[in-house]
Each structure stands twice: as structure tokens, then as C-alpha cells.
Design a protein around this ligand. Structure first.
Ligand code: URA
Length: 273
């Protein structure tokens, strides 16, 4: 006996929903579908510039330049991390804030940490909880930091503050718009060292076109876009990548040791005096 057409439709619907659930789609935001993963403008990587965020150029589009200018102005007005968190929450110039994210995700950790970690952007767990690196990748990151006695001793943020739809990589424009807030966070925390977690963070912060597998483990200098004090910055493999490629953990361990050694060296008495 053939199934009633209604049952067939129900089964097809169930199967389609199961497909989307398995693909990671966990929320229905609106009645009609919107392709939120589509990036309207072509993604351009900037030319290699050593240190400093790229100036908003005509090629980045007037909207991006205006949003960067607005972000700079708002970031420059705040004097505390709490005020910065508030300014980020109130800022609607980043397109990501209008693409389905539940909330802005700024930072967690010690406000006067010696080490500041900058990841790529919040994922689903972070979007839900409002704190960076709290999902599976974040838990691995915490275990890695604990291995060198740095758990709860770091300040953690991201290059963008809203979850990119479908967990895609943030675009250069989105990172540029959020950069003034990231720079202000660095200026307020005044860490001694930066750790750039994952390729999208390392490439953006260092203005490099090199891949993370090349960049990782190499200390570079990060310089604010307006000039001033430079910070030693260590690119490292993203814990989400390590969860997928556990054999790469050996490289991450080398980088953590390099971080621990560098930090200890900063505290060692100088031989010169
Ligand atoms: N991945 C990131 O880069 N940042 C987070 O906060 C979570 C996952």
C-alpha cells in the first residue's frame, strides 16, 4: 500500500530537517530563508604591511571606511575594559551584528594579564554564552594554557565580536571594522605578549598572506595602526584545528613552550646591569 501524500511530505520534511540539523543549523531566525553565508562583496586580502591595521581605503568601500572611522572614534572614548565592552555592544557598524548573532562576545580573563590571546571570532557556544572560547575548542585551549600554568592568567578576545554565520571565517572588512576595539583592548590591558590563535587572526593582525602552518611558532612584532609601542606576537594553531588534527598537537606544544620561555625571560634579571 502506498503512503498517503501527507505522510510522504512529513517524512521528506523530517529528513530535510535532520539533514540541516546534522549540518550544524540549530536556529530558525526568520520565516523565509536568507542566505546568510553569502558574502556580498568579493573578499580582498590587503597587501602585506608589517605591523598596524590597514588604513581604510577607497577599495574597502565607503561603508567600511565610515564604520572603521566610527569604531575608532568610539574606541578612543573609553578608558576601561567595562566601558569598551559596553561600546562594542552598542556599536552596530559591523555587518556581523546584523547577521543572526545573538549577542556581542567581547572578552574573558584577567584584565591586567601578561598574555593576551586573540582568536578569530565567536562560534555557536560563544554566541550563546557571551564569552569567547567556551566551547570544545575553548576547553582545549584552557587545558593547553593550564599545561604551562597560564590558565586564568590570560586575557582572551577575538578579531570580531559577533558570530559569523555558519561559523565562516570573518572577512577582512569585518575584521577591519572591529580592529579599533581590539587595539583599544590591547592598549587597556597592556599585555607583555600577544598570542594570535588561528590563521584568520594571525594573518589579519600581522597583515601577512602566509598561512598559519608557516606563521605558527615564529615571534613577530605587532604594531598599533597609529604607531607606538610594539608587542611581541606569537601565531599559534587554532584549538579547533587541533581537535580535528590531533597529531598537530606536538607543534602546538612547541609553541606553548616558546610562549612560556619568552614570558619567563621577560621576568629574568638583566645580565647587563
Ligand atoms: N574560535 C575562536 O576563534 N574564537 C572563539 O571565541 C571560539 C572559537
Amino acid at each position: 500500500m502506498s503512503a498517503h501524500p501527507d505522510e510522504t511530505i512529513d517524512r521528506e520534511l523530517e529528513s530535510a530537517l535532520a539533514f540541516w540539523r546534522d549540518a550544524g543549523l540549530d536556529t530558525c531566525v526568520e520565516d523565509s530563508p536568507v542566505d546568510r553565508v553569502h558574502v556580498p562583496q568579493p573578499v580582498r586580502r590587503s597587501p602585506v604591511i608589517v605591523g598596524g591595521a590597514p588604513a581604510p581605503t577607497a577599495s574597502a568601500g565607503p561603508d567600511v571606511a565610515a564604520a572603521v572611522a566610527e569604531a575608532k572614534s568610539r574606541a578612543s572614548e573609553v578608558e576601561t575594559l567595562d566601558a569598551l565592552a559596553h561600546a562594542i555592544r552598542a556599536f552596530d557598524g559591523c555587518p556581523l551584528s546584523r547577521l543572526g548573532a545573538k549577542q556581542a562576545v567581547f572578552a574573558r580573563g584577567k584584565p591586567d594579564a601578561q598574555v593576551m590571546l586573540i582568536g578569530e571570532g565567536p562560534g555557536a557556544d560563544e554566541d550563546q554564552r557571551g564569552e569567547p572560547f567556551v566551547g570544545k575548542a575553548g576547553q582545549l585551549l584552557d587545558r593547553m594554557l593550564a599545561a604551562i600554568d597560564l590558565k586564568d592568567e590570560v586575557f582572551i578576545t577575538n578579531t570580531v565580536f559577533w558570530r559569523p554565520p555558519g561559523n565562516r571565517t570573518p572577512t577582512l572588512e569585518e575584521q577591519m571594522i572591529c580592529a579599533p576595539f581590539v587595539e583599544r583592548a590591547i592598549a587597556l590591558v597592556q599585555p607583555r605578549l600577544l598570542v594570535l590563535v588561528g590563521g584568520a587572526s594571525a594573518k589579519f593582525m600581522l597583515k601577512s598572506d602566509e598561512g598559519i602552518l608557516k606563521l605558527r611558532g615564529q615571534w613577530r612584532d605587532w604594531r598599533p595602526s597609529e604607531g607606538g609601542q610594539t608587542y611581541p606576537a606569537l601565531p599559534m594553531l587554532h584549538p579547533a584545528y587541533l581537535l580535528r588534527q590531533p597529531r598537530e598537537k606536538a607543534k602546538a606544544w612547541q609553541d606553548l613552550l616558546s610562549l612560556g620561555t619568552r614570558l619567563a625571560g621577560l621576568d629574568a634579571p638583566s645580565l647587563e646591569s
